[in-house]
Design a protein around this ligand. Structure first.
Ligand code: C5P
Length: 237
């Protein structure tokens, strides 16, 4: 299960993110780097994580014209990000351009192709908010499946989605399609702003490939103990 837990390094201070990574080194094998961590730590950290056998999920949720996103993804592939995401709502052309560029860079550098993911609908959004924001009467889950199918058609490896939508995405996109789920809350943790959530064991039972967990670990008094408790829950212990 260690290979399936991604810790979101969402602390604002670079040194704190770094210290946390040092602590978690033996316990987890993936970290998620967002804007805060990237700005505070700099791109050199990809080399540090790779030397310390920690994989990196770069969560910048790119959304721009195809040429720009392709270059963004290509640049981050060069830096060594192992997993990179973009908003699936950016469109098939944008996702295809990113796929092509990432694969070209990986081939040139003789490195593994990064896992590319499409972000569907954020787990902090509920049905009513989704319909209001997009002026749509469509059900949120239908939109999630629609975006997941587009990501697959564009050649992405998978999507980021709520654990509550795993079953529908699996049915539509198949067993090999990677599903990464944030919105994970063990019973002992605060919900925060997350709305479409499940516990770690429920997410695994529903078929998630990777679980992204931030605050329940990074804000815990003992982050290692919190990560270990979540890993136990993922194993069904
Ligand atoms: O602290 P928490 O466990 O809620 O952190 C979840 C992380 O996953 C955050 O870094 C958030 O930006 C990210 N995320 C999310 N929903 C998505 C995509 C990413 O919560 N759809």
């Amino acid at each position: 299960m260690k290979e399936r837990l991604i810790v979101a390094l969402d602390l604002e201070d670079g040194n704190e993110n770094f210290e946390l990574s040092e602590k978690l080194k033996g316990t987890v094998s993936w970290v998620k780097i967002g804007y805060q961590a990237l700005y505070s730590l700099g791109t050199e950290v990809f080399a540090w994580y790779s030397e310390n056998r920690i994989n990196t999920f770069l969560d910048l949720k790119f959304h721009d014209i195809p040429n720009t996103v392709a270059r963004d993804v290509g640049t981050m592939t060069k830096h060594g990000a192992n997993m990179i995401n973009m908003h699936a709502s950016g469109g098939i052309e944008m996702m295809q351009a990113a796929r092509i560029r990432a694969d070209d860079v990986a081939q040139d550098r003789r490195i593994d192709k990064p896992i590319l993911l499409g972000v569907t609908i954020l787990t902090s959004t509920n049905e009513a908010e989704f319909q209001f924001q997009f002026g749509s009467e469509r059900h949120l889950s239908n939109q999630v499946v629609f975006l997941a199918k587009q990501a697959k058609e564009a050649g992405l490896d998978g999507v980021v989605a709520s654990p509550l939508e795993i079953e529908l995405i699996r049915k539509a996109c198949g067993d090999d399609f990677i599903i990464v789920t944030p919105g994970i809350r063990p019973s002992w943790a605060n919900r925060g702003d997350q709305k479409r959530i499940t516990t770690p064991s429920e997410a695994i039972n529903r078929g998630a490939d990777f679980l992204v967990v931030g605050r329940p670990i990074i804000e815990a008094d003992d982050p290692i103990e919190a990560a270990e408790m979540i890993l136990d829950e993922m194993r069904g212990e």
